[in-house]
Design a protein around this ligand. Sequence first.
Ligand code: 0X9
Ligand code: CA
Ligand code: CA
Ligand code: ZN
Length: 323
Amino acid sequence: DFPSGYTGYHNYAEMVAELRQTVTDHPTLVTLRSIGKSYEGRDQWAIKLSDNPSVDEAEPEVLFTCNQHAREHLTVEMCLHIIKRYTDGYATNPTIKSLVDSREIWIVPSVNPDGAEYDIAAGTLRAWRKNRQPNSTSVGTDPNRNWGYKWGCCGGSSGSGSSETYRGTAAFSAPETRNIRDFVGSRVVGGVQQIKANIDWHTYSELILWPYGYTYSDTDTGLNATQASVFSTLGRRMAALNGYTPQQASDLYITDGAVDDWMWGTHKIWSYTFEMYPSSGGGTSGFYPRDTVIAAQTARNDSAVELFLGYADCPPRIISSTC
Ligand code: 0X9
Ligand code: CA
Ligand code: CA
Ligand code: ZN
């Protein structure tokens, strides 16, 4: 389990208990489902948050994903914080009520539960990143190099099983990414993708990133100048609210097979990667801030998330463009 100084973080069992409690407390606002099982057989839980959550209403859908990377435990807390804020705040906060009533918000607090549990299983913090799927030489595929848009194209991932950025034997070779792929695919209704926008939460460096990650070019196949301007304008507006640094993903470094390129490249979902607190850290210490920072570093994103949800029906509106 989490060691001393970190017990305020949720392990997998505590996370599931919290999700079930949310259903008990707010049965008119949330439903809970598993979207599939991890390599080791843990459920990947998804909350749907909306008015009339058991009905598929004609409302723009939004997806928050957390904990692709095992050791990035602060992101689990971010997803749980969003759930708490938009349920507990519903009755008293008119902005929250109108967003919940006009959107269908999907939240997956742990995309990579096997890795997260392995990271803490010895009672120490192992700095584990990948999933727990054995490969030819070692253990683990990097989920965020396993997505199927330009997978392995561009030197932004590794073909070596021992690497921290091992891309897997094929796109979606990891059950964890495959299940999210299939879930997102299941939201194509009548030929129209219902999910309009996504934030995939990571740590650390305090960044807001947008596609593409596989190329340094601002525009490329499937991403024109107007769309690039939407990404950067909304990215900068959110960054002004949380104090993160906004940039195209490849300005950090080239990645291929990352989730945001797939969400946009394949589904035209406006997908951002947020790298949370801290802004810098020595070695792996940046992945392990004490639990005392959880409240402030999750609440720090409240106004950015609110802006994101407000524009999620049509992000191009932010540059007075249309959908
Ligand atoms: O390398 C990653 O997957 C992300 N950084 S982390 O320290 N959380 O592992 C950054 C990904 C940046 N690229 C894209 N978002 N495409
Ligand atoms: Ca609804
Ligand atoms: Ca719907
Ligand atoms: Zn990460």
